[in-house]
Design a protein around this ligand. Structure first.
Ligand code: NAI
Length: 300
């Protein structure tokens, strides 16, 4: 996608960190930005930056797990700026703890925000994007944790694996509509994610986050990439319609070790590569034809 002037960008988690960085960079490139965030205080502070510059921006308090509220936010965005053609499903939370001592609440919260929020963003905006027939682009924020499971961040990793899988499939599904999909996989970024627990709903319990843990995480994230620098990488990647956005050279070795381990599980010298590829093609054709028929039957 080239040229962001006048486009409408909807950014979840836009009140802080990566989301706010994206808002600033795409605003500077001419987009009208909507910051959607569950934290009113973060939104009020963030929106000042745009108002001071006379940049078109609008803040909406939104919990991405609330499907009705997401639809209402889409309606509000259309009333204020028009249809969304840049969607950033970015809101996310992270609380660390031993996986074997996780509660259902830990699973429910992290999965519903990190994965459920992306699902709700897609379900809400994709039909609208298809209806407007304009070129559009979606960036879903996963993480480098989408490639490896670690026990202290087990649920977070699972949520990000899910975002990655869904996004790869979505890219395929939306290509015919000229809607691009990219997967943002940051490593360490200098944001407020160490304070995630502040947004955990009151009715959900879960991992205790001690002051010591919070301070250690603050120090760790403070060493991370500047969100503006990350957002500039995202802008370039959207222009090129890249599938993956992982502008962290230090991750190359980790990922190559990871994929090497996966490849080692596969016996060498598959005798029938062409046959396997043909079977995969036949299966895809079958599903497409069958779905096409089902659609026609429903329409008639
Ligand atoms: P952040 O905490 O600075 O920003 C996240 C924003 O999401 C916050 O303003 C928060 O209020 C909002 N949020 C949380 N729950 C929400 C909900 N239910 N509905 C709407 N908004 C909600 O953290 P950061 O780092 O900017 O996080 C953005 C994304 O980047 C997340 O998906 C995170 O998993 C991902 N990420 C961050 C990394 C880092 O090192 N900071 C590394 C890898 C991925």
């Amino acid at each position: 996608m080239q040229g962001f002037g006048g486009r409408v960008a909807f950014i979840t988690g836009g009140g802080s960190g990566v989301g706010l960085g994206l808002a600033k960079v795409f605003s500077a490139a001419g987009a009208n930005v909507v910051l959607a965030d569950v934290r009113r205080d973060a939104l009020e502070q963030a929106i000042q930056w745009f108002h001071q510059r006379g940049a078109p921006a609008h803040a909406i308090q939104l919990d991405v797990t609330d499907r009705r509220a997401m639809a209402a936010a889409a309606d509000e965005t259309e009333r204020v700026f028009g249809p969304v053609t840049l969607l950033f499903n970015n809101a996310g939370v992270s609380v660390f703890g031993p996986l074997e001592r996780a509660s259902y609440d830990d699973h429910d919260w992290m999965m519903s925000v990190n994965y459920g929020g992306v699902v709700n963003g897609i379900q809400t905006f994709v039909p609208r994007m298809i209806a407007t027939r304009a070129r559009a682009h979606i960036v879903n924020t996963a993480s480098v944790a989408a490639f490896r499971g670690t026990s202290m961040a087990g649920i977070y990793c699972a949520s990000k694996f899910a975002v990655r899988g869904l996004s790869e499939a979505l890219r395929d599904a939306l290509a015919p509509y000229e809607i691009g999909v990219s997967i943002l996989c940051p490593a360490n970024v200098n944001t407020n994610i160490a304070h995630s627990v502040l947004t955990r709903p009151g009715h959900l319990g879960g991992y205790e986050v001690s002051q010591t843990m919070k301070e250690a995480l603050e120090i760790l994230y403070a060493k991370g990439m500047d969100p503006i620098v990350l957002a500039e990488h995202v802008k370039a990647a959207v222009e090129r319609n890249d599938l993956y956005i992982i502008p962290f050279p230090e991750e190359r070795q980790n990922l190559s070790r990871y994929f090497e381990r996966v490849l080692q599980a596969i016996p060498p010298d598959s005798s029938d590569l062409e046959g396997a590829a043909a079977r995969r093609r036949a299966m895809t054709d079958y599903i497409r034809t069958r779905d096409g028929l089902a659609l026609k039957q429903r329409e008639s």
